[in-house]
Design a protein around this ligand. Sequence first.
Ligand code: SAH
Ligand code: SF4
Length: 360
Amino acid sequence: MTRALIDRAENDPASLGRDHLAALLSLTDPLDTRLLHAAAYRVKAREVGTTVYFRGIVEFSNLCVKNCDYCGIRRDNENVERFQMTVDEIVAAARWAHQGGYGSIVLQSGERGDDGFVVFVEDTLRAIHAATGGELGVTLSLGEQSPATFRRWHAAGAHRYLLRIETSNPELYRALHPEDHDWAARRACLDHLRAAGYQVGTGVMIGLPGQTAQDLADDLLFFRDQDVDMIGMGPFIPHADTPLGHLAAGFDGQAQLELGLRMIAVTRLFLRDVNIASTTALQALAPTGREMGLLAGANIIMPNITDTRYRRAYQLYNGKPCLDENGDQCRDCLERRIESIGETIGYGARGDSPRFRKRV
Ligand code: SAH
Ligand code: SF4
């Protein structure tokens, strides 16, 4: 029964409905899980290949106006020393990535909507463009913004944007955020991003309190209906200084890791030709978590290239790995890890998803 379902997912994914997806996401038998991952890996190899693309991530500020219940840098957490890198510091990281053959970088931060921030990001994008001859691709992950801001940043050189919907279930979203955080407004941003010309990425947290396998199946249907180009999702991990910090007590990291990997595998089987990131949160749960993500169907890794002096202050969840490794060390370590599973690294290429290339 289960085997037949995995075969169907591999050979006829369009025929899968919500209940099939939820059943695949609920597999626990170790042999079934191995078969699921192997099927996802075959689809990945065929649809997007076994070249891993790097997006160096610069977490340039932890100032945030939002107060998401799960996040370690939420506005009300007073145990965080707030920082903001300068344009020059960000450009130095971009230059390092460009010289090292990274095709693109991601600029991520807490959310701000003030004019000063909009202009700061615009200046930074133009400076990166100038410093790298326009060769380095730039993805932004700066939260919800107005359509005008999205357009300004696109005009200044950003070409991809990552905005996780966090969960496709508006009620669950409401349970995890203060009253003034609005699921519908966040969802609308995905349309505004597409209209502004970006390649759009979204994603969810996996294993949120109150989230069911049906919710995760709905997340997959949401990704399909949004026709997204890339997906960045990772397991929820409690942070002590947040309203969800009490969940650390009963937290089962192993189960959370396995669920995260199943979600990657089922996403690959269902959506085929999108880019899927193997996120750092997987590595927080197991030293080789990101390699496991690649073997379950992911094809993108986002090495942290933020100056080590800022990394401690940018902890969205507890147990963030590699706080002391600098960019060079990260790169060497990752090269070894990727070689160890027999994959190659796509240096010098932006690594757009086949889904995106087919659409344009
Ligand atoms: N402020 C921007 C980008 C930074 S947060 C935004 O919110 O979009 C980036 C992502 O970190 C969030 O989308 C969320 O999915 C993830 N995140 C935050 N807290 C987390 C936690 N405790 N466990 C796992 N992921 C978390
Ligand atoms: Fe701010 Fe993003 Fe964290 Fe929410 S998830 S508190 S928007 S940094």
